[in-house]
Design a protein around this ligand. Structure first.
Ligand code: SAM
Length: 230
């Protein structure tokens, strides 16, 4: 899968994708993350990407021209399995179900806003979707884009070493997850400061372990996220 990110801070992305699962997946050629500098589609001396809002207000707004030109030059023709996503606090909430949908696309293009936001014509006439990663306001779309890419990338075939690990994670409807939280996990030592690992996990009886995990996932979901029990 190919991810394109349109940003005025391309250097931001040196960190988030240089480690762990996403780094290994890139090295293995399972995904390709292309960072594009929005200023490459400006033509004035100052490489201007923003301007004052019509009607007067605080702050600056990202102009439509460089964004439209960038998308049209990255994709001179739109293929059906491509999506333009505008990161926005006002967008639909990104969740695991949405990650499952997006991982079926061939290419995603993520537009990172800054300042007071992005000229509304981008949301209306260019983006297929406005996505928010939560009910709070970030300074820019870069962190949000990194979150979306990470969550989608780990669902791509072959990205996680053990394919079932994505299936059995929190919020997944497939496998025993059924949209619940994942079950709790423990590792060695079996006794840490007197806090013991549940006995059933040590006895090697796989059926009992499966049942215990199912119960533990339900209990934890009911306690921490009762909204998911529906
Ligand atoms: N004036 C906007 C508002 O109140 O909705 C906030 C603009 S914010 C300071 C600048 C940019 O950060 C946005 O254009 C968007 O790309 C990004 N952003 C902020 N919060 C976000 C969130 N919760 N999810 C995704 N992107 C977000």
């Amino acid at each position: 899968m190919i991810f394109h990110v349109l940003t005025i801070f391309p250097e931001f992305f040196a960190g988030p994708f240089a480690h762990g699962v996403v780094k290994r997946a890139q090295d293995a050629g399972l995904l390709d993350i292309r960072i594009h500098n929005l200023r490459d589609w400006t033509f004035d001396r100052h490489r201007t990407v923003d301007d004052r809002p019509f009607g007067g207000a605080e702050g600056m707004v990202l102009k439509p021209e460089p964004i439209f030109l960038a998308v049209e030059s990255i994709w001179p023709e739109r293929k059906p399995d491509t999506k333009v996503v505008l990161l926005s606090a006002q967008g639909r909430m990104f969740d695991q179900a949405m990650a499952n949908q997006l991982c079926r696309e061939g290419e995603l293009l993520l537009i990172c806003g800054r300042y007071e936001g992005v000229d509304e014509r981008v949301a209306e006439h260019l983006a297929d979707q406005e996505l928010s990663i939560g009910n709070y306001v970030l300074s820019g779309g870069e962190l949000a884009a990194a979150v979306v890419i990470d969550a989608v990338a780990r669902l791509l075939p072959g990205v996680l070493g053990n394919q079932s690990s994505a299936e059995f994670e929190s919020f997944q409807d497939a496998g025993h997850g059924e949209g619940l939280l994942d079950c709790p996990h423990w590792t060695r030592p079996a006794d840490f400061r007197g806090w013991k690992v549940p006995e059933v996990l040590l006895n090697g009886n796989h059926q009992e372990i499966r049942q215990f995990r199912k119960r533990a996932a339900l209990e934890k979901t009911a306690r921490l996220r009762p909204d998911l029990m529906k």
